[in-house]
Design a protein around this ligand. Sequence first.
Ligand SMILES: Nc1ncnc2c1ncn2[C@@H]1O[C@H](COP(=O)(O)OP(=O)(O)OP(=O)(O)O)[C@@H](O)[C@H]1O
Ligand SMILES: [Mg+2]
Length: 283
Amino acid sequence: MSTLVQPKVRIRALGKVFEHSTAPHPALDGIDLDIADGEFVTLVGASGCGKSTLLRILAGLEHHSSGELLCDGHPVRGPGADRAMVFQHYSLYPWLSVIDNIKFSRRLKANRGELTSADVEAASGRADALLSLIGLEKFARAWPRQLSGGMQQRVAIARALMGRPAVLLMDEPFGALDAQSREVMHDLILHIHRVERTTIVFVTHDVEEAIYLGQRVVVMQPRPGRIQQIVPVPLPAQRHQDMKHTPEFRALKAEILARIKASAGMETDADLLERLNAVQATA
Ligand SMILES: Nc1ncnc2c1ncn2[C@@H]1O[C@H](COP(=O)(O)OP(=O)(O)OP(=O)(O)O)[C@@H](O)[C@H]1O
Ligand SMILES: [Mg+2]
């Protein structure tokens, strides 16, 4: 008899309706998804298909209107230390050094008197280990403003990992970085995933990024936001940049892009750009 393994995250028939002043706006409908412990799942889809909404619901920052959402078998009713979120805009505290930014959540607990001195010592060790994991040992005492965007985002990731969350939720975390920094971040987040064994749910606009990072790519479609398809990524667990140039990778990318485009039922950013160029050419 096979043993049933409980997924880390279980989403069943999940729906979200925003109550606009004019009319209710269904943002998500019938979302079914199980995410295994330690899995790296990426979400892609046209703008407005509900990727951020789904992630915010997973984080407990937003409530779902219907259906079920369980993390480790428990209903998600709000934010919790088992889930941490990293946003596109690295929200570091400018008045705290890099290491103090990483330790921030522990500091709050210490202020509330919830930590013993042994806890504080363990937290220091953890913060140092994370600093080395993100390759910024030499910047422990630097201020956020002294770091590049990519470095700041690395600190934001370390800060999110500080409390050893079971699930790391990332909403276009590398969207503001240049192409080269993104590549570095891709390999870094894969390394972090291997070392920390955290379950990662990662939202992106970039299909190449979604395939390179994900073990499965969840393709969503809009109006209302639904899952169109879940695509297993047939790449070896150990990824390297050259894989992006293989015919298999390119074919998968083209297939997912075509799906997003077809499901959007409206112009994708690429279409819009093409149309604007055409208008400019005739002006
Ligand atoms: N707080 C809110 N109140 C009302 N409507 C909202 C709210 N947040 C999102 N929506 C609507 O829900 C839908 C999904 O938005 P969401 O931001 O989740 O999409 P997305 O897939 O993350 O888009 P993008 O790729 O542009 O970031 C959109 O139609 C949006 O206008
Ligand atoms: Mg979004």
